[in-house]
Design a protein around this ligand. Structure first.
Ligand SMILES: Cc1cc2nc3c(=O)[nH]c(=O)nc-3n(C[C@H](O)[C@H](O)[C@H](O)COP(=O)(O)O)c2cc1C
Length: 204
């Protein structure tokens, strides 16, 4: 039976969505792995999203319900930062998982995170680290990428998001920056690495 990986994300302007697609490609490169990208529900009204110039809703990605998380063998959660922590849309989704928490339905499942910030120093690591509380209460196993992507992770010659906590990108203060090749490469690597770990856990 295939190892089911769910990539569950929220994105206002599309940067996290781009990382999600790249992570999917990496995860799908592992034989016997089936990957689905899901969105969490939006919590802001249309008129507010309009004023924020939010990207169009990704109709090609279905909205997930809390209960569906239990179907996955491993889950990667992606979110933009808001004041150094996950966006409220993702937090609201986690807040809807009380039933799963009560049953500990997600306990023992591998989980990873990826993220975006506007700026360097804007909270990539705090966003990842504070997300670990959600995983911990569910008994999920946090799978960081560590430095498994190799020498490029140590390079200082260009600005790049992402870290041992997971893939990441900088949107720029005005949102105009797009993920760089190095950031996309780390995202694909995270997908592949995570899928390999989830596959091993499923086999146990
Ligand atoms: C209310 C609000 C708070 C934000 N807080 C931060 C922050 O603490 N640090 C930062 O670097 N960027 C911050 N940003 C910028 C977003 O994180 C950035 O636009 C986002 O990561 C882009 O991802 P997306 O295109 O997937 O929505 C904030 C944006 C908003 C609207």
């Amino acid at each position: 039976m295939a190892t089911k990986i769910y990539i569950v994300y929220y994105s206002t302007w599309g940067h996290v969505a781009t990382l999600a697609e790249e992570i999917k490609k990496g995860a799908e490169s592992v034989p016997g792995v089936e990957v689905t990208i899901w969105l969490v529900p939006e919590t802001l009204p249309e008129d507010v999203l309009g004023k924020m110039h939010a990207a169009p809703w990704r109709e090609d990605h279905s909205v997930i319900t809390a209960r569906q998380l239990a179907e996955a063998d491993g889950i990667l959660f992606g979110f933009p930062t808001r004041f150094g922590m996950m966006a409220a849309q993702m937090k609201a989704f986690f807040d809807s998982t009380g039933g799963l928490w009560q049953e500990q339905s997600l306990a023992g499942k591998p989980a990873g995170v990826f993220f975006t910030t506007g700026t360097q120093g804007g909270g990539q690591e705090t966003t990842a680290l504070t997300a670990v509380t959600q995983l911990t209460h569910h008994g999920m196993l946090f799978v960081p990428v560590g430095y498994t992507h190799g020498a490029g992770m140590f390079a200082m010659d260009e600005v790049k998001g992402g870290s041992p906590y997971g893939a990441g990108t900088f949107a720029g203060a005005d949102g105009s920056r797009v993920p760089s090749d190095a950031e996309l490469a780390l995202a694909a690597h995270q997908g592949k690495y995570f899928a390999g770990i989830a596959k091993k856990f499923k086999a146990v």
